[in-house]
Design a protein around this ligand. Structure first.
Ligand code: UTP
Length: 298
């Protein structure tokens, strides 16, 4: 088994974001802000911590705010320099990407996550790569992708981040059919996208972090429609099962927030707000006050 270092990541951000309408009519979902940082910044920081050097965005019409976000902002920089606001300059610098480190490809129609990943195939070549969905935000001591890359360096194959979910929720996810359970890692004998609760093969669901081999891109060439009439990434990964390319689920350590849903986004806002030193005391007092008022009103 040949293993290569994982240095490229694909960020599929071409979805329509309909669950956040009307906001997403003009604001890309990935630019929506948790405390003071857009979702995409959390994903980029996680990727950098895991050693990713090339960042490939699959975008679509209406996502120019996202491209602008990574550009330099000369006017802002000069004002902050003039005013001696070094701290804010340092924050601003985190958003700058090295020339050539970032690439954009266009998905002309939202045909599904699998199709979005396939759109980046020419930039991947013959290497393993990561896929990160920025609307899955993961709070973890060691960033999730870094945990996965360390496991991948030991074992190879294809790897998906996995999380236990209640059976009633399985129909929102790709679900793993487990072959061998080895603790953090499970080998997989099947994957089902959005199964009915009664048909879910386990309670282990796939969330938005993947390490994949180029053969998955070859599988996507067939453009097979799956659940919801979309070209599903899960199906293309499942095609690897039974080949020499073992598929693993990885139970990461951390808390995942589904920021693609309103409830998940609000939960993340509370958790990340409370985790900030400069906000936690005031914010927590306010939350207690709100809860007390709500109880009193019941
Ligand atoms: P979602 O399933 O959350 O879809 O996509 P969405 O369009 O973003 O949001 P809703 O469901 O309409 O509210 C998961 C990820 O896959 C990307 C999305 O941008 C998101 O990061 N995606 C999805 C694409 O890039 N292209 C697609 O055709 C579909």
């Amino acid at each position: 088994m040949t293993k290569h270092k994982v240095t490229k990541a694909i960020f599929p951000v071409a979805g329509l974001g309909t669950r956040f309408l009307p906001a997403t009519k003009s604001i890309p979902k990935e630019i929506m802000t948790l405390v003071d940082r857009p979702l995409i910044q959390y994903a980029i920081d996680e990727a950098r911590a895991a050693g990713i050097e090339e960042f490939i965005f699959v975008t679509s019409r209406g996502k120019s705010a996202l491209e602008d976000y990574f550009d330099r902002a000369p006017e802002l920089e000069s004002v902050l320099t003039r005013d001696g606001k070094e701290h804010l300059l340092a924050i601003l610098k985190q958003t700058n990407m090295e020339s050539g480190a970032i690439a954009y490809v266009r998905q002309h129609k939202a045909l599904g996550l699998g199709h979005a990943v396939w759109c980046a195939r020419r930039l991947i070549g013959d290497e393993p790569f990561a896929v990160m969905l920025p609307d899955d935000v993961i709070a973890a001591e060691k960033p999730c992708l870094q945990q996965m890359i360390e496991a991948y360096e030991d074992i190879g194959g294809c790897m998906v981040a996995a999380m236990e979910v209640a059976p009633a929720k399985a129909s929102s996810y790709g679900v793993l059919d487990i072959d061998k359970d080895m603790g953090a890692l499970v080998s997989v004998k099947g994957m089902v996208e959005k199964p009915k609760a009664a048909e879910a093969p386990s309670n282990l669901a796939v969330i938005g972090r993947y390490i994949l081999t180029p053969s998955v891109l070859t599988n996507l060439n067939r453009m097979k429609e799956g659940a919801g009439g979309e070209i599903q990434l899960t199906d293309a990964i499942a095609e690897e099962i039974g080949t020499s390319n073992t598929v693993y689920g990885y139970r990461f350590r951390g808390q995942r927030y589904d920021c693609g849903s309103k409830a998940g986004f609000l939960q993340a806002t509370v958790a990340f707000g409370l985790a900030r030193d400069e906000l936690s005391a005031e914010f927590s007092e306010y939350l207690h006050h709100m809860m007390a008022q709500q109880k009193a009103a019941q």
